[in-house]
Write a protein that binds this ligand. Sequence first.
Ligand SMILES: Cc1ncc(COP(=O)(O)O)c(C=O)c1O
Length: 403
Amino acid sequence: MLDLDAIYEARERVAETTRRTPQEYSYALSRTTGADIHPKLETFQRTGSFKLRGATNRIAALSGTEREAGVVTASAGNHAQGVALAATRIGVDSTIVMPKHAPISKVNATREYGANVVLHGEDYDEAAERAHEIEREEGRLYVHAFDDELVMAGQGTIGLEIVEDCPEVETVVVGIGGGGLISGVATAVKGLDPEIRVIGVQAEGASSVVESLDRGEIYEREAVDTIADGIATRRVGDLAFEHIQERVDEVVTVSDPEIALAITTLLERGKTLVEGAGAVPLAAILAERFEYTEGETIVPALCGGNIDLNVLTTVIMRGLVETGRYLKFRTVLRDRPGALQQLIDVIADRNANIYGIQHDRTSRDIGMNAAEVVIDVETRGHDHVEELVAALRRHEYEVDLLV
Ligand SMILES: Cc1ncc(COP(=O)(O)O)c(C=O)c1O
């Protein structure tokens, strides 16, 4: 099992390549939750995620012949960038296998950090199979994304920073994919103060740890489905599972809409961009997936900010829908002059702002003297949506909600 000394050693090795990331108190999040929220802003790490820490610690330990042979790994994105930069910094050749549908921003960034990128397989596990073939064919060292003590120790350096920069911390909340991050962080945090609680969070569509803990052995999912691509793994690592069983107090799950809400909350209230995997700790706090008390000092580790802009657009729209800030509905108007104006007046009277209108007389679903109208509106919250829909119905418009 990993110990605190290994994490202090890792800190020496990663100091030159990685950044000590900020730890901030958030007034907005503390007001919303009633707890004292101090996010660890690991999104400001070079490469945009913590993975650089573990990769740097692993690659720094290579022997002379291993350096010459180069390294290979598989990753959905963040570990890819970490390994690419860590290897390039010390002149080691790297080949990274990424799933075919990995976010384009992550694929491009990995190439820019100097790696040869191979796109293969539907998910992380299929990419990993190909990477192991390359390991055998080319004699490269496989840098595991999570199930390796040196990688875990590198990730654990975040835990040292959390306790040093926020000594009053009572609870640390960490996302789990393969489990390397939480293994390192729990070892560091509990090593410094065993009283600090460590809570792990998985996405519902990629959860395996809660099931594994219940069964007492690792449970592997058939498939994964979540917007948090950084933690979309079918199972937790063997070594990581042992650390989680021993050092993590509780593991909970969050849904994709809850993750979307956490991303938009961080953008709007915290002025911070995080990816899905980076938002799960805050999602668990906002959705009260574990118990905490008024004023409790909680550090959500926001560990990655590499989100595809297309995904971000969808997430923002979903976040607006979740909070009642966006409404799309369909209605039918008599096709006569002024009918559209009357509808718009009802909306304007309720102070809702129209984003867009589609007006269609050709739809087969309506009478010949009618027009179908689809309207997108900016609203101020769930109460405002209810008020607007009620007003439209009072004016005898049929309202089909489309979101
Ligand atoms: C942003 C982010 N958070 C958390 C994790 C989970 O790390 P691990 O796979 O070590 O559990 C990942 C994994 O890539 C990640 O990218």
